[in-house]
Design a protein around this ligand. Structure first.
Ligand code: PEP
Ligand code: MG
Length: 582
């Protein structure tokens, strides 16, 4: 009998894994209270301090093992945990408890952990609420040393190669070790599509299914599992027939991934001769290589938020310029769209924005362009640097989260003022630098005709468009099942934007996750979308689909689908648009 568990699938290059289940103990250790003699208090404190030092040593060792090509956001997770191990809020309170209560270090640490978790639980921002995981990870590291369990669960396992890991949650350190040990995939009980675990899985290219509640109770250590990350499904104890089916699919998938390499230098032209632009989404200088490797036609979205993270002050103009220049020069002449700062809501406002009051409802509050217009000290240096880097390559400016034309006029006014400043100061820049906007607020999609007349290009941000149109928080796994790119309202909004762009002769691209999902590419082609931007890992498959598609007939089919949209039937119709030939 086959047991099926479902969750949220995370697959980038591959989606199928077959392997033995390997249970990893959760980092949580239940501490018990022990009373100690007053004269033993100094020894107990020393034991606690030593455990903190050892936990730090472990994390530093993990940090040293991170391969050079690993994205810096992953290193940042480890750095955050290292900083927490130095934070008085975590490491000094237990010492006071040991002194005042004459209790063991494990118990004192557990009390502190409970207090901190309570504070995070009370936070309204769902992203910040998930940060309690960091507290648990760090506390778990110290507890293991106090209890004499020196190594992490991953390090304890002798051979993880080819295994499918089952865990309640994974620490960033464990995830990195897992990649180095060649695990096939992992399944966790907790986490949403933009949780730490999901971010890490995508960045490291490990297929995963996350948010499978109680999976560690249902599945046995050592049993054979099949994971289909595309469907978000884990199968246990498969019969021979199922196994053969998936083995075949895995073989086909691996051969397919290999064969895609032959498309790197081929044009993205449909079977009936329509030229399509396939671009990459990037966040870090490290992403340049992947972008060049897949032969992207440009960068359709450079998310600049990482420049502002993990630092005490916002970056100055020269720092912005140095990062942009490194990226522009690394891209060998392909155009790049630099999105201005989109901090707030799911994109954590870090220490460099500590003087900004947290919004009561961050997704609807001061984020992205709203924040930038309010805080010129964040915005002006960035815009000046983008203008200056336009002297070095084909650079475009993109404004996130526009909701009305006044915001756009305000931005344009600032840009014109800065151009004059730079001219007076003798800097080179492109005076005709294109300025585009993200259409990711439903109101902007409905008013796309006005935006299209005022902007040089539009880019549809489906991640937020779906969140706002369907009133589904994109980081909350409790309502994740409602997050539906094929909801008729979403398709209508996308169509409106594409049509508005055509009518005004303004180019329209899409840079939300939907653009890189192979299932949606034919649908979007049929809707008239000609420019796509996606993670570099998804680009060659999109190119294959483009080359196998007949856009003339897709246009007909999609027009029909849009006219007779039956919510229950959309997914079926969309699947039929997919070109089956590999
Ligand atoms: C989007 O909202 O679709 C988008 C691309 O922006 P981000 O995911 O950075 O909010
Ligand atoms: Mg967005």
């Amino acid at each position: 009998m086959t047991l099926v568990c479902t969750g949220i699938g995370i697959g980038v290059t591959s989606s199928i894994a077959i392997g033995e289940a390997c249970h990893l103990q959760s980092g949580q250790v239940e501490a018990r209270r022990r009373t100690i003699a007053r004269e033993d208090v100094p020894h107990e404190i020393a034991r606690f301090q030593q455990a903190v030092l050892d936990a730090r040593k472990d994390l530093n060792a993990v940090r040293d093992q991170i391969p050079a090509a690993t994205p810096t956001d992953i290193c940042a997770f480890i750095d955050t945990h290292l900083l927490m191990l130095e934070d008085a809020a975590l490491v000094e309170a237990p010492i006071e408890t040991i002194q005042s209560q004459c209790c063991n270090a494990e118990w004192a640490l557990q009390l502190r952990r409970n207090e901190l978790v309570k504070i995070f639980d009370a936070m309204e921002d769902p992203y910040l609420r998930t940060r309690k995981d960091d507290v648990d990870h760090v506390v778990g590291q110290i507890q293991k040393h106090l209890l004499g369990q020196q190594d992490s669960a991953v390090a304890n396992e002798k051979d993880l190669k080819g295994k499918i890991i089952l865990a309640q949650d994974l620490t960033p350190a464990d995830t990195i070790l897992m990649r180095n040990q060649g695990v096939a995939a992992f399944v966790t009980e907790f986490g949403g599509p933009v949780s730490h675990t999901a971010i890490l899985a995508r960045s490291l290219g490990i297929p995963a299914v996350i948010g499978v509640h109680r999976v560690t109770q249902y599945l046995k250590h050592g049993e054979l599992l099949i994971m289909d990350a595309e469907q978000g499904v884990v199968l246990a104890d498969p019969d021979e027939r199922t196994l053969n089916h998936y083995r075949k699919r895995l073989g086909v998938e691996q051969a397919h991934i290999k064969s895609l390499q032959s498309l790197v230098h081929e044009p993205a032209i449909s079977a009936d001769g329509v030229e399509i632009t396939l671009m990459a989404n990037i966040e870090l200088p490290e992403d340049i290589e992947a972008t060049n490797d897949v032969g992207a036609a440009g960068v359709g979205l450079y998310r600049t938020e990482f420049l502002y993270m993990n630092r005490a002050h916002p970056p100055n103009e020269e720092e912005h310029l140095a990062s942009y220049k490194q990226i522009v020069e690394g891209l060998n002449g392909i155009p790049i769209t630099i999105r201005t700062l989109d901090l707030g809501a799911d994109k954590e406002m870090d220490s460099c924005c500590h003087d900004i009051q947290p919004a009561s409802n961050p997704a609807l509050g001061l984020r992205a362009i709203r924040l930038c217009l309010k805080e010129p000290k964040l915005f002006r240096p960035q815009l000046r640097a983008i203008l200056r880097v336009s002297a070095y390559g084909l650079v475009r400016i993109m404004i996130p989260m526009l909701s009305n034309l006044q915001e756009l006029h305000a931005v344009k006014l600032i840009i014109e003022g800065l151009k004059q400043e730079l001219k007076d100061e003798g800097y080179d820049f492109n005076p005709d630098i294109p300025v585009g906007g993200m259409i990711e607020v439903p109101a902007a999609a409905l008013a796309a005709d006005s935006f299209a007349k005022q902007l040089d290009f539009l880019s549809i941000g489906t991640n937020d468009l779906i969140q706002y149109a369907l009133a589904v928080d994109r980081v909350d796994d409790e309502v994740n099942y409602l997050y539906d790119p094929l909801h008729p309202s979403i398709l209508k909004l996308i169509q409106l934007v594409i049509q508005a762009g055509h009518a005004a002769n303004t180019s329209v691209s899409m840079c939300g996750e939907m653009a890189g999902n192979p299932l949606y590419v034919p649908l979007l082609l049929g809707m008239g979308l000609r420019k796509f931007s996606m993670q570099p890992g998804a680009l060659l498959e999109a190119k294959r689909i483009v080359r196998a598609s007949n856009i003339g007939s897709l246009t007909q089919q999609v027009a029909d689908l849009m006219q007779h949209m039956d919510e229950r039937d959309i997914i079926h119709c969309v699947k039929q648009l997919y070109p089956v030939t590999h």
